[in-house]
Design a binder for this molecule. Structure first.
Ligand code: OOG
Ligand code: MG
Length: 262
């Protein structure tokens, strides 16, 4: 049975617009993983039609803490668009959100186009900069609960992201300098979660490789200028009632955002 990807994407777009959670799509429409990516893609096309262009990709469920929190454990890929990006130190208004959460991440900047036949070494060489990052996720589903297919269709809960100062890979003495360093999530001055960059796929440098693999399957090329969010290093924290959130990645730096609720 073929699904109406655009209609299903419309349900999620409406939930985003109104801030009202919807039931999981899979309850009414059985979805395969490929169906779910078709819904995700239809949603991205709808954003592009409104002028909101893709600026990057993100991986999800890359850490054991996140997988345990969500009860879903396969690595997934989603899309970052221009309107989701918030400047470091900037402000996010969450009053129109459903139930937003925040998580500490590492971002990679793809500095060169990655050809389809690139080797793993070529993919890693194409990563020119690394930065501490925050991702704001906001599931459009009731109670922030979903199956793998549901969360893929919902663009992996993508809602916002903040990238800290980019650090060139070279001065990091190669890649090992950030492969296993402490990560902290600090909300209003208090640490609410802590982990290591190694909690991202066992090694955060696995993220560009998985992004290339999943991207090739689901229609995303890693091209010059692409921002890649590697996935959370810890479980996510609710943003309700928060004023300021900061992520710290040892040896890399920090990134922060102010939260506003009208
Ligand atoms: C799905 C998105 C997960 C990550 O970094 O693991 C994600 C969710 O938890 O809603 O972005
Ligand atoms: Mg994330």
């Amino acid at each position: 049975m073929s699904i109406d990807a655009r209609a299903l994407a419309g349900v999620l777009a409406e939930a985003t617009r109104t801030g009202e959670a919807v039931p999981q799509l899979s309850i009414g429409t059985p979805l395969t993983v490929d169906d779910a990516y078709a819904v995700q893609q239809a949603g991205i096309v709808m954003l592009a039609e409104r002028g909101d262009e893709q600026v990057g990709v993100k991986l999800g469920l890359t850490s054991k803490a996140k997988a345990a929190q969500m009860g879903v454990s396969d690595v997934i890929i989603g899309v970052l668009t221009a309107s989701m990006q918030v400047a470091d130190g900037g402000t996010v208004d969450i009053s129109h959100g459903v139930h937003p959460r925040v998580e500490p991440e590492v971002a990679f900047l793809i500095g060169d186009d990655v050809p389809a036949d690139a080797s793993d070494a070529d993919v890693l060489t194409a990563v020119t900069h690394v930065a501490p990052a925050l991702e704001i996720i906001d599931s459009r589903y009731k109670d922030f609960r979903f199956t793998l297919e549901d969360v893929v269709a919902d663009n992996t809960s993508a809602s916002g992201f903040v990238v800290g100062p980019w650090v060139p890979v070279d001065p990091l003495h190669g890649r090992s300098a950030i492969a296993d360093v402490p990560v902290r999530l600090v909300v209003d001055g208090e640490e609410v979660a802590a982990g290591s960059t190694a909690d991202i796929l066992g090694d955060p440098w696995q993220a560009p490789l998985d992004a290339r693999r999943l991207g090739a399957r689901y229609g995303h090329r890693l091209s010059r200028g692409t921002i890649l969010l590697a996935g959370a290093a810890t479980a996510a924290a609710s943003l309700a009632g928060c004023a300021e959130v900061r992520a710290e990645v040892a040896g890399l730096g920090e990134v922060s955002v102010r939260i506003e609720e009208e």
